[in-house]
Design a protein around this ligand. Structure first.
Ligand code: FES
Length: 179
């Protein structure tokens, strides 16, 4: 049986034991317990304290990392967007910084993979997190605007500005994006 591995990498705005991060840290046990009991949950990285906050795989001490495994994408989506976990997603800018460089959303349409800028041109929504892909159309669930992911062109109001697109090549099962 195939499973889905999900990795999160984020840079905290301040040390984990700071006042800035207190709201995030206070909800860790609750959210991890929710994941553990969710349909389709298989495994998550954790240490003695029941979470992955101890792990620092990068030189930067503010970068945290977690990793979980799910039976299907729908199981993961249900947990991430349709439970109280979504509250943490909405508040993430209070705790985490934006990384430098391009944020890219990837889409599988049939056998092809397409890449666009991740941020909806109508607002601040992340299409990789808030978008719903149907065929070659991604709908931004913030205000229900749509784009053709193969061209970046807006196809439904209120979106009027095209998304930047990036060339994608698949080489030996590796997805390579030119940004
Ligand atoms: S932020 Fe995407 S449609 Fe408004």
């Amino acid at each position: 049986m195939m499973h889905l591995a999900q990795v999160n990498i984020a840079r905290m705005k301040a040390p984990i034991d700071s006042e800035v991060m207190a709201g995030f840290v206070a909800r860790l046990d609750e959210i991890n317990a929710l994941a553990d009991g969710s349909s389709g949950f298989v495994w998550r990285l954790q240490g003695d304290e029941g979470n992955a906050m101890y792990l620092r795989p990068y030189d930067d001490d503010r970068i945290i990392f977690n990793f979980s495994v799910w039976e299907t994408f729908d199981d993961l989506k249900q947990f991430v967007y349709r439970t109280v976990h979504a509250e943490l997603l909405r508040d993430r800018k209070s705790w985490f910084e934006q990384f430098d460089g391009a944020y890219v959303a990837l889409y599988r349409v049939g056998d092809a993979i397409y890449a666009t800028a991740d941020t909806c041109t109508h607002g601040e929504a992340s299409l990789s997190e808030e978008g719903m892909l149907t065929g070659k159309t991604v709908e931004c669930t913030f205000h229900f605007g749509t784009f053709d992911v193969t061209t970046g062109e807006p196809t439904g109001m209120p979106c009027e500005i095209p998304l930047k697109t990036y060339p994608v090549k698949v080489i030996d099962d590796q997805v390579c994006i030119e940004v």
